[in-house]
Design a protein around this ligand. Structure first.
Ligand code: TZP
Ligand code: MG
Length: 236
């Protein structure tokens, strides 16, 4: 059985010096778990496979302690070796359908999408959730061509909402790129814009790297953002 997943505060890790500094990755992730992140993606673009598997297993243990799912970025082979809950795949990674064959029906597969056509393909291939972005330009991923802003994210949400097929109704969504404690309430407010004809869906969560991983107190940062997500936004 596929687990029920809470996507509301989705932590994406970063092991680079600029974000992690000299701190230990597993210790920082545990602090974020204490602060209430609801799902973790281990994202490490530079380490070798052995290191990814070893660190993935350590992260799996700490995530298990907090009953939070762990996904691996890019690498289906590493996810299988670690025995974690799933993968997150970008447009240049293994295709979602191929990953589904390897991982089976019960693992979580997420896909990065920046356009309606990418969303359509990922959903039809069986993605459980879409990481939609890039919302705002960010130092963490200097890929300016995929910056789609609030309107780009809204267009994809409207598209999903307008499709009859159950796959489109069931797929979960998170937005990513430049989300932090100062803007998270405004983002959620702007993405939740009831129309006169129907109530469009909004995102199921926000995915965050630096606002948690680079914080001097990742536990406090996670707790603060979680409270902001849960409390009514101060906008009309
Ligand atoms: N994909 C799109 S933007 C991004 C990824 C992995 C990085 C987001 O990092 P931050 O620090 O939360 O802006
Ligand atoms: Mg990738």
């Amino acid at each position: 059985m596929k687990p029920q997943v809470d996507y509301s505060l989705y932590l994406v890790t970063d092991s680079t010096e600029a974000i992690l500094g000299k701190r230990g990755l597993v210790q920082v992730v545990e602090k974020a778990l204490k602060g209430g992140v609801t799902i973790v993606q281990y994202r490490d673009k530079t380490s070798d496979t052995g290191y990814l598997i070893q660190t993935g297993k350590e992260l799996r243990e700490v995530c298990r302690k907090y009953k939070v799912p762990l996904l691996i970025n890019d690498r289906v082979d590493v996810a299988l070796a670690v025995g974690c809950d799933g993968v997150h795949l970008g447009q240049d990674d293994m295709q979602v359908a191929a990953a589904r064959k390897l991982l089976g029906p019960d693992k979580i597969i997420g896909a990065t999408v920046s356009s309606i056509s990418e969303a359509e393909i990922a959903v039809n291939a069986g993605a459980d959730y879409l990481g939609i972005g890039t919302l705002y330009a960010t130092q963490t991923k200097k890929d300016t061509k995929s910056i789609i802003g609030i309107n780009g994210i809204r267009e994809i949400l409207y598209y999903l909402d307008s499709q009859k097929d159950r796959l489109f109704q069931d797929v979960k969504t998170v937005c990513i790129g430049g989300v932090n404690a100062s803007n998270v309430q405004l983002i959620l407010h702007q993405l939740f814009a009831p129309s006169t004809s129907h109530q469009p869906r909004t995102v199921d969560g926000v995915a965050i790297v630096s606002a948690i991983m680079a914080a001097s107190d990742p536990e406090e940062a996670s707790r603060t953002i979680k409270q902001l997500i849960a409390s009514p936004p101060p906008f009309k």
